[in-house]
Design a protein around this ligand. Structure first.
Ligand SMILES: [Zn+2]
Length: 186
């Protein structure tokens, strides 16, 4: 889980300098077309395509030990209610309990890992932030699934080169050097 203000700021900082032809640049252009169509199906298709790319990137050769599904929750209150239930569910993959509403959580039933996304928190009026938030969250949760024993800080740190390599960007130091313990109960 990453504090939303921080990811918005990072996305804005990098949005001024998005490498032409990078995957990040491509997604932002695609997202602008998708949002222009005002069709919810196009939005979901767009996110599912990005997710598939993230999955292939995080698991380049290996097959995940679980089937991985996504569930988009559009309403923040509904997300919070499900997240609260998930926190008392031993099958939720999470190292620490976040202090504030997270952007996603994973429930692993032993066969399928389902990543629940808090779409209301990910959505912003800025296309670059939305794409960045979604990719950052998807890679973070996939990294948890791949490395179930890692702490939140290890997930954050090991996720940086994956996120940079995937999007074709350089992240600001403030983002890279985040101490994620501030966002979790001790
Ligand atoms: Zn996490």
């Amino acid at each position: 889980m990453v504090k939303k203000e921080d990811i918005d700021n990072s996305a804005i900082m990098i949005a001024d300098d998005i490498p032409e032809g990078s995957r990040f640049d491509y997604y932002i252009k695609e997202f602008k077309k998708t949002s222009a169509s005002k069709n919810g199906d196009d939005f979901e298709l767009f996110l599912s395509q990005i997710f598939r790319h993230c999955l292939e990137y995080v698991f380049p050769k290996s097959i995940p030990r679980l089937a991985i599904k996504t569930r988009l929750i559009y309403n923040n209150d509904q997300y919070l209610a499900e997240e609260k239930q998930a926190d008392s569910n031993p099958k939720t993959i999470r190292k620490e309990i976040p202090k504030m509403a997270s952007t996603a959580f994973v429930i692993d039933n032993g066969v399928i890992a389902t990543i629940h996304f808090n779409v209301e928190r990910l959505l912003t009026s800025n296309s670059a932030s939305l794409v960045f938030n979604y990719v950052d969250t998807a890679i973070h949760e996939l990294n948890h699934i791949k490395n179930p024993r890692m702490s939140e800080q290890q997930i954050h740190d090991s996720g940086i080169p994956i996120l940079e390599g995937f999007l074709g960007i350089s992240l600001p130091d403030t983002f890279k050097n985040q101490k994620v313990s501030d966002y979790y109960f001790p």
